[in-house]
Design a binder for this molecule. Structure first.
Ligand code: SAM
Length: 207
């Protein structure tokens, strides 16, 4: 499959803005060299350290659910290769900023270099345990979590702005993708069954 076939195939399932952003971000720069020929197959790919870059349709669905707008401040938990952060960064534009936290130092280094090669400037990759969020830059307009948590971690709720939205996979074994919206309280919508690597950390699963 090529990029055009992959992205055109998502029309109607996700927003057109997300499809356009994914046309602009070169996924091939975020996968290992020997897997570049598979960059536009709709599948997760290994990125080392037992981790994966999520499948393109999953990145598209999560970005679409978040309704990302110009100028937003976004927390991404589970930065991996930096690709998902790059797509978010494109959608929020130069006035917006993504703080992406990743627990594995080798992946942080790799993601920083991938983002630099792709010319993406509005992402800060941070090494640490993202299961407690990232209080330094809170509150966030949006939170995007790319690893499955046992439940919705309390720090994520506290670090979300009023009117903010968060998307995250939750579950042990079977996982559900949740869209959480903060108004007076929190509303939780179950969107679909998913399969993510576990969120490992203080408010996640134990190592
Ligand atoms: N968004 C990534 C991308 O575009 O390549 C893919 C993320 S991968 C599915 C999930 C990532 O979450 C892994 O890289 C893993 O190391 C990371 N992770 C797991 N627990 C974490 C935690 N507590 N804090 C930060 N990152 C974590």
């Amino acid at each position: 499959m090529n990029k055009k076939e992959l992205l055109e195939g998502m029309r109607g399932l996700v927003s057109d803005r997300v499809i356009l952003a994914m046309f602009r971000v070169p996924r091939e720069l975020f996968v290992p060299d020997d897997l570049r020929s598979k960059a536009y197959e709709d599948t997760p790919l290994p990125i080392g350290y037992g981790q994966t870059i999520s499948a393109p349709h999953m990145v598209a669905i999560m970005c679409s659910l978040l309704d990302l707008q110009e100028g937003m401040i976004v927390l991404e938990v589970g930065g991996g290769s930096g690709y998902h952060a790059a797509v978010i960064a494109d959608l929020i534009g130069a006035q917006g900023h993504v703080y992406s936290i990743e627990r594995i130092p080798g992946l942080v280094a790799q993601a920083r270099s991938n983002l630099e090669l792709a010319g993406i400037k509005n992402v800060t990759m941070i090494q640490g345990d993202g299961s407690i969020g990232l209080p330094e830059h809170a509150p966030y307009d949006r939170i995007s979590v790319a690893a499955a948590a046992p439940n919705v971690p309390e720090p994520f709720k506290q670090q979300l702005k009023i009117e903010g939205k968060m998307v995250l996979p939750v579950g042990r074994g079977y996982q559900e993708l949740l869209l959480v919206t903060r108004k007076n309280g929190f509303s939780v919508e179950q969107k679909m069954g998913v399969a993510f690597v576990p969120l490992v950390g203080e408010k996640g699963f134990k190592e």
